[in-house]
Design a protein around this ligand. Structure first.
Ligand code: S3P
Length: 451
């Protein structure tokens, strides 16, 4: 499916983006191995999470769906999963494959995890190595899927993550539930901590110390989890950046998860001169949430939309910045959106220490640079990131998602501020994380239609 995008004048309104993808995966997996029924409201019915739903069902977990977003998961307990008759298809979802591998390392059966061609290119030794060290047999094909996991009698390990990956950390913590003795994971940076939060709520013995997590398996089963999933910050990032860039915009994104391990983009946009406000801070499912209020800064063509009670518009729009180190970990999924914002900032934006981006749904460094160049942006590739020189007036063109939902959405946002018409090819992939993206953007005033 191709999306035709026309430039927009202003984005306005209050909307709720879909539920958090990371939490939706975890609720299914952790609910599946709990004892008792977990009720999950505002679950994300996107393609990636559907892959996890199909996988847990294939292993004997009964999941009733009272609506597309409400699940009742009949947990079978830590050792109640059954070997499925055929390999599990994780489709394009790396989170499904890597987190499942952790649970499967503790099962008394052998299972194959496979996926589509995109997932088959992604590195799996990063989970295989620690799971082998714990006692499981894990085979990869040249380091990639398919993954064959033969669960074993596991023992605890003390493991330093070579990269700050929440998926690898989670796989080890899930396997640690089955191990003899405690397991410790040491992370080089603040990778998202949803697994730890959920496991603590389910009664698991977890101790957190700075960047070290220790799980001591107990004799008690995991308690079921009942939660309402907050809106996904990583999905909110696209209307957020769109509202910053489209002149005269005024947008509220409601009930967004603002877990500090996820909000690096807010800090970076703040350094770039954007003013974003958080209203109605609350807590939901053990996660902090807020309504995000975004108003576009001044542009050469339009004055800034004033905030309530403030005087004359005196800001100068966005300016370039440098991003590196631990901030990269806290915004690992937001670089396609940031790159678009950077095309409108004065001066250079430089992203470093982000080599991990090459291992996402696509090589996000190469693909972002190639596609933004088609729109006329001044972007340069670096081994560990990219640089953008701005501001540039983008020109509409035909661009491609590279099979990557976040690149697809970033290109739609770029199309909204480009001159003329932009066509985003391969836009069906947006449904991997953000069902209803087109409708939501239209509600805000964007002009988008399917070609
Ligand atoms: C995720 C972790 C991140 C992120 C992905 C979701 C998760 O991957 O990019 O979209 O739910 O744990 P890494 O752990 O590989 O950094």
């Amino acid at each position: 499916m191709n999306l035709r995008v026309r430039p927009c004048q202003a984005l306005r309104g209050a909307v709720t983006v879909p539920a958090d993808k990371s939490i939706s995966h975890r609720a299914l997996l952790l609910g599946g191995i709990a004892e008792g029924v977990s009720t999950v409201r505002n679950w994300l019915p996107a393609a990636d999470c559907q892959a996890t739903l199909t996988a847990v069902r294939a292993m004997g977990v009964s999941v009733e769906q009272s609506s597309p977003t409400e699940l009742h998961i009949h947990g079978v307990g830590l050792r109640g999963l059954k070997a499925p008759a055929i390999p599990i298809d994780c489709q394009r979802s790396g989170t499904t494959m890597r987190l499942l591998a952790g649970i499967l390392a503790g099962q008394a059966f052998t299972i194959t995890l496979d996926g589509d061609t995109g997932l088959r290119r992604r590195p799996m030794e990063r989970v295989a190595i620690p799971l082998r060290e714990m006692g499981a047999v894990v085979e990869t094909r040249n380091g990639c899927p398919p993954l064959v996991v033969k669960g074993g009698n596991l023992h605890g390990i003390d493991y330093r993550l070579p990269v700050a990956s929440a998926q690898v950390k989670s796989a080890i913590l899930l396997a640690a539930l089955y191990a003899e003795g405690p397991s410790t994971v040491r992370q080089p940076g603040p990778a998202r901590d949803h697994t730890e939060r959920m496991l603590i709520a389910q009664g698991a013995g977890i101790e957190l110390r700075e960047d070290t997590i220790t799980l001591t398996p107990g004799s008690q089963p995991l308690k079921p989890c009942s939660l309402t999933v907050p809106a996904d910050f990583s999905s909110a990032a696209f209307p957020l950046v769109a509202a910053l860039l489209a002149p005269n915009s005024d947008v509220v994104l409601e009930g967004v998860g603002i877990n500090p391990t996820r909000t690096g983009l807010i800090d970076v946009l703040g350094e770039m001169g954007a003013e974003l406000r958080w209203l109605n801070q609350a807590e939901q499912a053990g996660e902090p949430t807020a309504d995000l209020l975004i108003r576009s800064p001044a542009t050469p063509h339009a004055p800034r939309t004033p905030w309530p009670g403030d005087g004359a518009a005196h800001d100068k729009g966005l300016r370039g910045t440098q991003v590196g180190g631990q901030t990269v970990v806290r915004m690992i999924d937001e670089f396609p959106a940031l790159a678009v914002a950077a095309t409108q900032a004065q001066g250079q934006t430089l992203v470093r220490d982000a080599r991990e981006l090459r291992l996402k749904e696509t090589d996000r460094i190469g693909a972002v640079v190639a596609e933004l160049r088609r729109l006329g942006a001044s972007v340069a590739e670096r081994d560990d990131g990219f640089s953008v020189d701005g501001p540039t007036r983008l020109r509409g063109a035909r661009v491609h998602s590279h099979g990557d939902h976040r690149l697809g959405m970033a290109l739609v946002v770029a199309g909204l501020i480009a001159e003329g018409e932009t066509v985003v090819e391969g836009a069906e992939v947006i449904a991997d994380s953000f069902p209803g993206f087109v409708g939501l953007m239209r509600t805000l005033g964007a002009e988008l239609d399917e070609e």
